[in-house]
Design a protein around this ligand. Structure first.
Ligand code: C5P
Length: 401
């Protein structure tokens, strides 16, 4: 029997040419014995008729908060659903979701829903790449919404690129695996470090790096969804995270990250150290902005504490420690040396040589190196959310029984 049998799915459709795919999705969901309630934005109706969708879903379609039959209760509908699936989501609707502008039934129901939300964007390639869209996606991801990756191909504009809505079958598979997913980290306490550190030179300047924190945040969200209680020690990033199972501790420097990570480590079952910690910091921080003088300026740097190595020493039987390695040469040998030196159980290797992997990308390609038996496992290029699932699956499979 399908994982979707008996599930109540709220399907929100916005005004994109891809709206026709929502009819196929409705049909698939009904075939898998889900109950489907369709919501449409006013502009979605220019692309597909509510009659088509009400016929397929066997329910009246809601198109506005105040409809022909009177007040449509978005709060009640939001609470009714086991999952809210928004497909397709235009750049405009994405922006409304991100800012909470609830001037239609779809956004009002989104704000009222307490269930998991799946978002399948569809737009032209330049709209998809635009910084405004990137910011909205990051914000909505940080709020715990599940994104369905856009496809690459010919778009309605005739241009070729990224922006096609995920196919109905992909959305169905994602929902099935979500409902089939076990809460396999319930009762576990997880520590995750993420993002860069900023080491002050003076009140204005710092030494930092290009880490965005995306990989660590994806790990925190996946672990929380799987039932773990997560402490996310997060270096400076504009990304936001909110999930009832995630405690976010924001830090600036490596020493602050070190203190926040060591505190309460004895109660942690699994620590994943995804932060890009500065190895060195300026020995002294100038209290005033350093003035330009002469041709050169010398900064004396001193070593920062190594969080991974320290936790590796503190580690007791049953505690699992996972590190990351970002290498540019001799990747595997360097990563394996770190695994040993820092007393890690597993290290996730990503190479800067791989296009689409590493800092600031939404995707990553990883190789996992295990301490035991020198085992390695290679993974495809995937979204960071999917990579996070792979990492947690590996930890569970090998270490947490
Ligand atoms: O030595 P390297 O920085 O390449 O090691 C990478 C791993 O060690 C990552 O998991 C990183 O988060 C962790 N690390 C740390 N504290 C440091 C330096 C690195 O926890 N000071």
């Amino acid at each position: 029997m399908s994982q979707l049998a008996g599930k109540k799915i709220l399907l929100g459709i916005s005004g994109s040419i891809a709206a026709y795919k929502a009819a196929f999705l409705t049909r698939l969901l009904i075939k898998h014995n889900a109950e489907v309630q369709v919501l449409m934005t006013p502009s979605a109706m220019s692309f597909i008729s509510p009659l088509t969708l009400s016929t397929l879903s066997k329910r009246p379609v809601y198109t506005d908060v105040i409809g022909a039959e009177g007040w449509n209760n978005h709060v009640e509908i939001g609470l009714w659903a086991d999952a809210l699936v928004l497909a397709p989501v235009t750049a405009n609707t994405l922006s409304k979701l991100a800012s909470g502008q609830s001037d239609n039934m779809l956004v009002a129901s989104y704000l009222s829903a307490r269930c998991p939300v799946f978002i399948a964007p569809a737009m032209d390639l330049d709209m998809w790449k635009h910084p405004a869209t990137r910011r909205n996606v990051a914000l909505l991801e940080g709020a715990g919404n599940h994104f369905l990756e856009v496809g690459y191909g010919e778009l309605a504009s005739g241009l070729i690129g990224e922006g096609r809505m995920a196919e109905p079958e992909e959305i169905l598979t994602r929902l099935e695996s979500f409902f089939g997913q076990q809460q396999d980290l319930v009762g576990k306490k997880v520590l995750i470090t993420a993002g860069p550190t900023f080491e002050p030179i003076d009140p204005v300047r710092f030494i930092g790096n290009r880490s965005s924190g995306k990989m660590g945040i994806a790990l925190a969200i996946s672990a929380a969804r799987r039932g773990a209680m997560v402490r996310l020690v997060l270096g400076p990033t504009s990304l936001t995270v909110s999930h009832p199972n995630i405690e976010v501790v924001r830090v600036q420097t490596a020493r602050e990250m070190f203190n926040a990570s060591c505190e309460g480590f004895e109660n942690i079952d699994l620590a994943i150290l995804a932060a890009a910690v500065a190895d060195y910091r300026p020995k002294d921080q100038a209290s005033e902005k350093i003035k330009k003088s002469g041709n050169a300026l010398q900064l004396e740097l001193v070593q920062n504490p190594d969080i991974a190595a320290t936790l590796g020493k503190m580690k007791k039987a049953g505690q699992i420690l996972v590190g990351f390695a970002l290498e540019t040469q001799n990747e595997e040998a360097h990563a394996r040396a770190k695994l040993e030196r820092k007393n890690l159980d597993m290290i996730v290797l990503n190479s800067l040589r791989d296009p689409g992997a590493g800092f600031n990308h939404d995707t990553n390609r990883i190789r996992i190196l295990h301490r035991e038996n020198n085992k390695t496992a290679d993974f495809e290029l995937k979204s960071k959310a999917a990579v996070a699932e792979d990492i947690l699956d590996s930890v569970l499979h090998y270490y947490l029984t």
